[in-house]
Design a protein around this ligand. Structure first.
Ligand SMILES: Cc1ncc(COP(=O)(O)O)c(C=O)c1O
Length: 413
């Protein structure tokens, strides 16, 4: 594909230079149609049995995006009281929120109980703490099924080498603690890792989890976690995750389980990335280009504080170059490294990439920036966080978060 921006008319006729003239760079630009489409799709994965898609909001907590999710019928996962507050502010009722924290304090557990939010406990200690705070209550447990998968070791969240969940061999201890505090274990959840393009590992994890589920009686819900991938290499024609064939195979596994278990509990998934990643691009200004010892660099104002994924996980984001509001064609490519403005040698957005010629003053546009983009921003080097704008269904450009200012940073002292 020569240009994703052109293929989907990402800016809906708006000129990128007009947008950044008004809101500055770096700038996250969201497309409402794409986000709504993906959010709707995750609610349709299983039709035969009751299913809730819990959007894992750590991927993107912008309240305007959460509201879209609410309207599309998704529920949500929160990892912290802060995320719960974001969801409540966006209009989510408590029973549409699932709290899936790890290593939380007594105060945080009390907070969730007071708000009436179903909570999953991620260790035996935390289950015991929950029992002390809410004896006779109802909760869930996060299990570590002993296998994990994902695009980078830092996103593998199950298996013998990770901190998450309660190991299978400790299931009996779950029942002991539940009995001690008269707790009902209403649900179980897992999340084995992120960014599956191949459904195989996810389906294997589902199968394994359903085997574990049978150790629990009268479950109200079973939550399989998130992880659906998106094609980050779309300019090289990488294809979308095949939701349709995945759904069919998922349903076959559920059929078998329902028959053996005797009824269908509510099934849940926790997609984060899939809902929002493709719905945003990140625009930055190329402030300088140079050669260093024969290597070409394009220096932008998109520092690793604005998008940390490439430096944290070696993640790939396709880059398109915009000059005078036109996407520069990919007919003539040469190797170049695109970097940010942070004082770290690891401040690299795209290493040794084949890209069109880049000139000072161009706009660099990083694709698929909607998930774990803004939500992982920092103000490192005292660079304020960027603004976010939304291209609405009818093509308006609406600011959905203002740019942070130096005064915002000073306010904490
Ligand atoms: C517990 C849990 N659920 C859901 C997710 C969402 O994963 P993804 O964005 O890959 O769908 C994560 C991400 O790490 C997670 O830790």
């Amino acid at each position: 594909m020569d240009s994703f921006l052109k293929k989907v008319d990402f800016f809906k006729g708006n000129k990128p230079e007009d947008i950044v003239k008004e809101y500055g760079t770096p700038l996250y630009v969201y497309n409402e149609d794409i986000i709504r489409d993906r959010m709707h799709k995750v609610t349709q994965v299983i039709k035969k049995y009751p299913l809730t898609a819990n959007y894992s909001i750590k991927a993107n907590t912008n309240i305007h995006i959460l509201k879209m999710g609410y309207e599309e019928g998704i529920n949500a996962d929160a990892m912290s009281p802060g995320e719960i507050e974001m969801l409540l502010k966006a209009g989510f009722e408590s029973d549409r929120i699932f709290f899936v924290p790890n290593n939380v304090s007594r105060e945080e557990v009390e907070y969730a109980v007071k708000k009436g939010i179903m909570t999953s406990l991620d260790s035996l200690d935390q289950l015991d703490l929950y029992g002390q705070v809410n004896p006779g209550g109802k909760c869930a447990v996060r299990l570590n099924p002993g296998v994990g998968a994902g695009h980078h070791e830092k996103v593998v969240t199950a298996g013998k080498k990770t901190k998450f969940g309660i190991a299978e061999e400790d299931v009996d201890k779950i029942f002991e603690i539940a009995k001690k505090h008269n707790l009902t274990i209403a649900g179980i959840n897992q999340h084995v890792g992120s960014l599956y393009m191949d459904p195989e590992p996810f389906l294997k994890a589902v199968e394994n989890f359903l085997r574990l589920a049978k150790k629990f009686e009268k479950l109200e819900f079973i939550d399989f976690g998130g992880g659906y991938g998106i094609p980050y290499h779309k300019l090289d024609d990488e294809q979308e995750f095949d939701m349709e064939s995945f759904s069919k195979r998922f349903e076959v596994l559920l059929d078998k389980f329902v028959e053996e278990y005797g009824y269908a509990p509510l099934f849940k998934t926790e997609p984060g990335r899939y809902c929002v990643a493709e719905g945003a691009v990140l625009l930055g200004r190329v402030n300088a280009t140079k050669h260093n010892s024969g290597k070409k660099y394009a220096g932008t104002d998109i520092g690793m504080n604005v998008l940390v994924r490439p430096s944290m996980y070696d993640s790939w984001h396709d880059v398109e170059i915009i000059r005078d509001n036109e996407v520069v064609s990919r007919d003539n490519l040469s190797e170049i490294t695109v970097v940010g403005n942070i004082c770290e040698s690891g401040d690299i957005l795209a290493k040794d990439r084949m890209l069109p010629e880049i000139k000072q003053g161009d706009l660099a546009c990083l694709l698929d920036a909607g998930a774990y983009g803004y939500s992982m921003c920092s103000s490192y080097n005292s660079r304020p966080r960027p603004a976010e704008v939304l291209i609405t269904k009818d093509g308006q450009v609406k600011q959905i978060r203002r740019r942070e200012t130096i005064e915002d940073l000073m306010r904490l002292f």
